[in-house]
Design a protein around this ligand. Sequence first.
Ligand code: ADP
Ligand code: MG
Length: 355
Amino acid sequence: MAFSPFDWLLGYFSLDIGIDLGTANTLVHVKGKGIVIQEPSWVAIHKRTREPIAIGSAAKEMIGRTPADIITLRPLRDGVISEFEITQAMLEYFIAKAHQQSIVPVPRPRVVIGIPAGVTEVEKRAVYDASMAAGARSTYLIEEPVAAALGAGLPIDKVGGNMIVDIGGGTSEVAIMTMGGVVSSRSLRVAGDELDEDIIQYIRNKYNILIGQRLAEEAKITLGSAFPLSEEKTMTLRGRNLVTGLPDSIEISSIELRDAISNSVQTIIDTIRDALDETPPEILADLMDNGVCLAGGGSLLQGLDKRLTEELQINTWLAEDPISCVARGAGVALEEMDKWNGLFVGLERKSAPRE
Ligand code: ADP
Ligand code: MG
């Protein structure tokens, strides 16, 4: 591409935005500023017109409190775009919000978006189109585990194996990388949300009490674990007694909660083990030195690092600020675009022959 003073000016003044379009949280990283937005990926819409009424934190506030004609939803629930127009509205809102924060009026931003590994062409195209429709000047897609590895500061461009596990709300993603490429990867639709569901089911089956989703998540965060705690704890949960139909409360222990989520936790561990199974021995040897890096909100589950270290026989550690890894990694990819060019996911053109 020919270089012109115009390009230089455009590059100098324009915004570079890295976005983690997560199933649970959307984070936006702006070059030179860091994380400027971190909001839940929730949208409140009119039931009939499907017109968005509130987006992000404002929409999450409304959960369970809306009148009959308004519904709240997460358009990306399982890591894919199930609600294209609503996702587009959400992206538009976040891009505009990041854009507004610059002091001088700037041209439309360049955007890098993290997408779950293993999404289909149609889903990739949907994210791309949503971003362009939301006002991006150019849009690049990067697989979430790759972005998470960059954000965690793993030296993935070097010769030598590195492994990242990103556990979000809807999906868990595993990738083993070397020399800027992926050796093996796994994507699983079992992550933080599933643990919340497990807790609801467990309390229902054992105590005949129905608790809400928010309370289940709170219980998971305060009491949930993947490894015995040095001091087991208890907490009170309130819900509806399904026999009497009246409000009721129970005292639940961290031991019970560990039991409640154990199947899903094991599923996540088995998936990581699968990815290791097909890793060549030299890279496996590197992993024994470098360890396994955990990212994503779900990786904050108490004792998960310990449990993995024990089960995989490889040292497992938490990235710094695991929740913002993908957004920061997307920011790194934008900042050093030439260096990380190979990591962007291309969109198949209609005329291109299939591999
Ligand atoms: P996504 O990338 O899908 O948007 P995030 O990386 O933001 O997801 O992680 C969201 C998930 O992390 C939710 O299921 C949430 O309950 C879970 N989570 C957040 N903090 C904790 C914690 N301290 N312990 C366990 N789970 C947590
Ligand atoms: Mg994520």
